[in-house]
Design a binder for this molecule. Sequence first.
Ligand code: ATP
Ligand code: MG
Length: 232
Amino acid sequence: MLLEVTDVKKTYRDRQGQAVPALQGVSLGVAKGEFVAISGGSGCGKTTLMNVLGCLDSADAGSYRFEAEDVGSWPERKRAELRNRRIGFVFQSFHLLPFLTVRENIELPFLYSHQAERRSAAKIDELLASVGLEGMAGRYPTELSGGQQQRVAIARALVMGADLILADEPTGNLDAAMAQGVLDVFAELVRQGKTVVLVTHDPAIAARAYRRIQMEKGRIVSDIKERKEALV
Ligand SMILES: Nc1ncnc2c1ncn2[C@@H]1O[C@H](COP(=O)(O)OP(=O)(O)OP(=O)(O)O)[C@@H](O)[C@H]1O
Ligand SMILES: [Mg+2]
């Protein structure tokens, strides 16, 4: 297993101090190379679960193991290191900086990581090719379609060497055709051995994953693994 959460619980408090249960005992194992789609109604805990899986947030109860290490109990500094090296995040909004070129946007995590060297131009070009954006390194985000901007965000998520991609509604701002194009990129990454977990409310997007998980009220209510291979 790449990652394994066991009986994870998380309760938020609202402004009145009322308990808002977000995760009510979630257990889930994801193997390396899996392509998982998580769906479920608004407020059922999808983002909360992704935040736990991504070490952005910790659970109140239960355990989180990443490659058998009990990362749930790690101090924040160590968790941040794991997050930076192994996990790439993709969100509904692309969060690209408009005054930076495509190349500079992709390099950003490198700058944030205080590494003196820059990612070599060849490495960035290779990443751009892998997301279908050959030759676009010098463009600015405003010169790209939404689908292309999301591909830049995926390349940025990969630049530190992440092998787990967590994508929360990555196609929420895209039309159907651009959404399918972004899914082509995820399918290709899975084919290369990366692990992709994405949240979507769109059945046509979930259908592209080969494992589909349904959540309701902070719990997993179904978990269907249909194919060994992703549909490319
Ligand atoms: N920071 C927070 N403070 C208080 N309550 C929160 C917080 N974040 C989430 N919640 C609550 O926890 C529950 C789960 O939220 P979560 O964001 O995980 O849902 P979701 O499945 O991602 O929903 P959506 O599809 O709308 O994005 C909801 O009831 C939400 O209101
Ligand atoms: Mg959400």
